[in-house]
Design a protein around this ligand. Structure first.
Ligand code: AMP
Length: 122
């Protein structure tokens, strides 16, 4: 699968249906198809950057836009005051399934500890 042909690239291009909640010249946001919380929105760059490990200096403004859009969507969804979680999974060990950079915006309930299991350095 090339960067341009991921599910998210196709949603950005309007070729695949999604519940889009925001679209601008740099960023698209849509509801996750398998929500893990009452609010679960994915904020993705329109440019197909594969992962957090692939960002470059030229992406600085884009990354800022992703955070601003997440903040505004959290306000619009009514979860800003109680708080929420932003997650970026990166590559295999990070559990990234779709190789197109995305910010998960999760909220609407207390989300518990950051990671499901233990397995730290101990
Ligand atoms: P990640 O594991 O960080 O790569 O997250 C990928 C996310 O994309 C998962 O939460 C999926 O539920 C979500 N997802 C996969 N396909 C779609 C789709 N067509 N529309 C919306 N969300 C999707």
């Amino acid at each position: 699968m090339s960067d341009r042909d991921t599910i998210f690239a196709r949603i950005v291009r309007g070729e695949l249906e999604a519940d889009v909640v925001h679209r601008d010249d740099r960023v698209t946001a849509f509801r996750d198809i398998a929500p893990q919380a009452p609010v679960h929105i994915l904020v993705v760059p329109n440019e197909p950057v594969p992962s957090a490990a692939d960002v470059e200096e030229r992406h600085e403004a884009l990354l800022g836009r992703m955070f601003l859009v997440a903040k505004r969507l959290a306000e619009r969804e009514g979860i800003a005051e109680d708080g929420y979680r932003l997650i970026v999974n990166c590559r295999d060990h990070g559990g990234q399934e779709v190789p197109h950079l995305h910010l998960h915006l999760l909220g609407g309930r207390a989300l518990g500890p950051m990671l499901a299991g233990g397995g730290g350095r101990g």
